[in-house]
Design a protein. Structure first.
Length: 256
């Protein structure tokens, strides 16, 4: 074979080898993607069956394994969180949701569920901070519509006598009178709140039936000291309770 005939053959072999390598690489990539999804779905189906049989341990194991292949599976992650909560594993549920937030920062379900876990852990302040500081304004608007709302009546203002404030919310409410953020250890609203003399900042947080917290609702009330009746006003003596005359005896009224 001449030299001129060998060169085209080498080029053909090189081109064929490159094509074969590309086919193998594409095939492996396709298998990794499709196979990984298939494996995740298969493992999740095993978890669902185990959960239906009451085998919580096996179900949790299969859910964890399925998330290794598909960490963006919201249903599998929430199912695993639900099982951790049922078993008393609140720290585990918290970390699973934090991982979900890190991987899918715009998945609002992870934020609301994480807030509920914080409440179950007694960390009401952390739950409120989480929902008050979402990644963007659109997410904040959507979540704000999901959070419960409290209405305080009467509204804050200046009053000349002690008053009582009612909270209309329909859920569990906690409050403080010093302006600090209420906690689960703060007084729970059960009857109208008496506002005594002085300046008081009433802060209220309520929870819905699933433990999702509201924002902090705040009103300031100023209740002034009662003013004693003037001795020359013809009112009531603050000491004896008797009516006072229009003027003291012997004092001439000034006429200008």
């Amino acid at each position: 074979m001449t030299r001129e005939g060998v060169m085209p053959m080498k080029k053909a072999l090189a081109a064929g080898l490159i094509t074969l390598i590309l086919v193998i690489v594409c095939g492996v990539s396709l298998f990794a993607v499709a196979g990984g999804s298939y494996t995740a779905d298969f493992l999740k189906s095993l978890a669902v069956r185990a959960e239906a049989r009451g085998s919580a341990g096996y179900a949790a194991h299969f859910y964890r394994e399925s998330l290794k292949y598909n960490p963006y599976d919201t249903d599998a992650r929430l199912a695993l969180v639900r099982m951790c909560i049922a078993e008393g594993g609140l720290p585990q549920a918290r970390e699973i949701l934090k991982t979900g937030v890190a991987q899918s920062p715009y998945n609002l379900t992870f934020y609301t569920e994480l807030a509920r876990v914080y409440v179950l852990e007694g960390r009401l302040f952390d739950a409120i901070e989480l929902l008050d500081n979402l990644p963007d304004g659109y997410a904040s608007v959507r979540v704000s519509r999901m959070r419960p709302v409290a209405k305080l009546s009467p509204a804050g203002g200046v009053y000349d006598a002690p008053c009582s404030v009612r909270i209309q919310a329909g859920q569990d409410c906690y409050y403080t009178l010093d302006g600090t953020t209420p906690q689960l250890t703060s007084p729970r609203y059960e009857r109208p709140i008496d506002i005594p003399t002085g300046v008081h900042t009433l802060s209220v947080v309520c929870l819905d039936q699933n433990g999702l917290p509201s924002r902090v609702f705040t009103e300031q009330y100023t209740v002034e000291q009662p003013r004693p009746a003037s001795l020359l006003s013809g009112g009531i003596c603050p000491y004896c309770g008797q009516p006072l005359p229009d003027a003291l005896p012997g004092r001439a009224e000034r006429t200008d």
